[in-house]
Design a binder for this molecule. Sequence first.
Ligand code: CTP
Ligand code: C5P
Length: 385
Amino acid sequence: MIPVKNCEQDRQEIRVWCDGCYDMVHFGHANSLRQAKALGDVLIVGVHTDEEISKHKGPPVFTQEERYKMVKAIKWVDQVVEGAPYVTTLDTLDKYNCDFCVHGDDITVTADGIDTYYMVKKAGRYREVPRTAGVSTTDLVGRMLLLTREHFKRGDKEYSVALEHSSNLGTDSTARSPYTGCSQFLPTTQKIIQFSSGLSPKPTDKVVYVAGAFDLFHVGHLDFLEEAHKQGDFLIVGLHTDLEVNRYKGSNYPIMNLHERVLSVLACKYVHEVVIGAPYSVTSDLMDHFKVQVVCHGLTPTARDADGTDPYLVPKKRGCFKVLNSGNDMTTEDIVQRIIRHRLDYEDRNSRKEQKEMAVVKTLQNAHVKQNGDYNEKMATDAMS
Ligand code: CTP
Ligand code: C5P
């Protein structure tokens, strides 16, 4: 029999491969997987082990088990391959019957500075999608360490504060990589549409409502949403405004602003709809408007509303309030604590990553200038897109 593996014409379904660390999974990762899925029919995602990441990049913030689970819950992902090799080989693509590999248009190199995609590129089995500007693990770690609320504000200020922060940390603030260097994320309605399920509840659907900050969307949130999803047919997540979250969490919370939190939650396969800036107290109006039948909260404590009332008073009175046990005690604060504990490791990791990228950029730049001299212009355009 003639093998049909890797032959797009002979097989009806196009199988796409992506791989990465997917540490502190954010909507930039989700957006790359969304774009990759759009290039085929089935999306298989390889996730590296902690050992591999430590060797090539530095210690990950999340364990491999946590990272596998987070990627599995992204709605465009069909299968996760645990412990995928750091350098993508043709054998790996063949083993999972994938036609080609997709990656963002940034540079990924091994500890020895080798392009991790050189084999698949050479074989013509590599496609690129634009990286989502303005979000990266590096940027999020920076915000956590900053302990200000500057990231609530939009505009140039965010960029200058991040730069100031990096120079305070002793990293080279003059050499910014066009890939991991912090730039501004510009949320658009288009992006929300791309992430949205586009579904409305059917008249017979049991609508479940949950609300919260869902800041730095993590496995605790995920386990909670999986439980909430099981309580009915259509899950709506209300996201509190940045000012509201700051009222009850204090300090520099939320780390991610409302638009960013919306995209993180929308990327989760258990969520059907999101309320952007939900009232802190679950009101009768809200419940009637969305025909909510069940309201849930996890085992974490519930802060009072600004006027001292219980935010779940209405659903409790209606007898439709449920406390769910997510079986997971991770909190946003735990993540920030992990970062602070390993601060030096992460700072070192981030600056090494950027330096490696800058070295590759310089090499490419020199090669290109020799050929046609318009490299700077191209890099500037790429970095803006
Ligand atoms: N990615 C993206 N946009 C971002 C961040 C990541 O498109 N803002 C893509 C990468 O290009 C890659 C995939 O997500 O195709 C997985 O990347 P991974 O190796 O996990 O992350 P990093 O690129 O290292 O991201 P970070 O800088 O956040 O650590
Ligand atoms: O703290 P935050 O507002 O982000 O939490 C959103 C919801 O997720 C809350 O109902 C909270 O109780 C729940 N949660 C959970 N288990 C965790 C973290 C959050 O059930 N580990």
